[in-house]
Design a protein around this ligand. Sequence first.
Ligand code: HEM
Length: 409
Amino acid sequence: MARPLPYMERCRERYGDVFTMRIAQEGTWVFLADPDAVREVFTGDPAVFHAGEANRILRPWLGANSVLLLDEAPHLAQRRLLLPPFHGERMQRYGELMTEIAQRNVESWPVEEPLRLWPQMQAVTLDIIVRTIFGLEEGERMDRLRARLRDGAEMTTAWPTMAAMALLGPDRVGASRAFRTRIEPIDEVVFAEIRRRRGATDLAERDDILSMLLQARHDDGSPMSDQELRDELMTLLIAGHETTATSLAWAVERLLRHPGAMARLRDGDEEYLDAVVKETLRLRPVLPVVVRKLKAPVTIGGWDLPEGATVTPCIHLIHRRADVYPEPARFRPERFLEQPAGTYTWLPFGGGVRRCLGASFAQFEMKAVLRVIAGARRLRPVNPEPEPVRRRAITLTPGRGTEVIASAG
Ligand code: HEM
């Protein structure tokens, strides 16, 4: 729990590319550090490889309709409804908003004094996701919505809540009064926004995700219910906010220690910016594994695995393979200019039918924010030593919160 990465590395050294851990409350996890084995999982039958079931710890927040928690036909049905807002060309329209939000944040940074960037990136990505989901202008309603959603997002990243979920199970915690009194104020504002938007007459012209989902239709022609909408909006918020903020904080943490790379960004090298984003997600993936629960016995990588086991494509170990990434511990964005990111060797967003819905959105957002930062401020580290990887509830974050000293332009 405390030092997952060195532990996984030692297991691989000792046992090879496929190894088993037996984890209290979780059962048997089979780690896969071999790209061919990972391909077998990502192209496998979704009726056998259940991801939703393996994520059930998040149910009290996300709700029973969440795309992240469903499997098989119900999963595909929700995923199909959610896809249109995440198509590549849509992202362009969100670009201006992303840049504007990043600029406003960067302008508020103190100059020539130590600053932790990670909380700033949290604020930026929260603003971006709330504005793109709900399409609200700044004002009192937006402030209230943002404040309550921030509270909701913080709950899922706090150790005590996640520990309670793991020990007591999501159903008991979800039904408890303590939990209900925290989630209800959030639901109240989200449902209010959904109801208000249902009455809007300009839905077809609006770009925000809620307006698009209100126009989406199930196979039988019926619209999404308020509860379905609420569950998916919470899912996008929780899945998209902290992950992107932390990846941005890592990008800056690495760039601070590689001034040559930072200089190339300042020169406006767009191809290199893309490579920086890819290399950050390779070297510092915020989620070190993805999980699938087996609903039937299968053979993977030549091993017979029983029903009920959890197979775990190990993002961290695959990303550190020296045969794919020479000198794997080095931050070297150039490697992605020399070779493209492979489907089964670059997995920060998982893969197959469960691949992250927000993958393009997140990379587009990271580029928009990094462009603003590199252009507007010169940064140096407070302490030249690299920041250690620290585990929060689920994500792996920079241990000192990406400490910087900024000076003007
Ligand atoms: C750098 C930022 C992000 C990272 C590293 C990340 C990573 C991931 C990973 C590893 C998964 C699980 C994939 C699997 O099991 O194979 C996932 C799923 C998902 N992510 Fe992301 N994500 C990021 C940003 C976002 C954003 C911005 C959104 C939405 C706005 C989003 C929405 C989702 C959703 C809806 C799923 C569930 C997909 C499904 O089960 O079908 N993510 N993400």
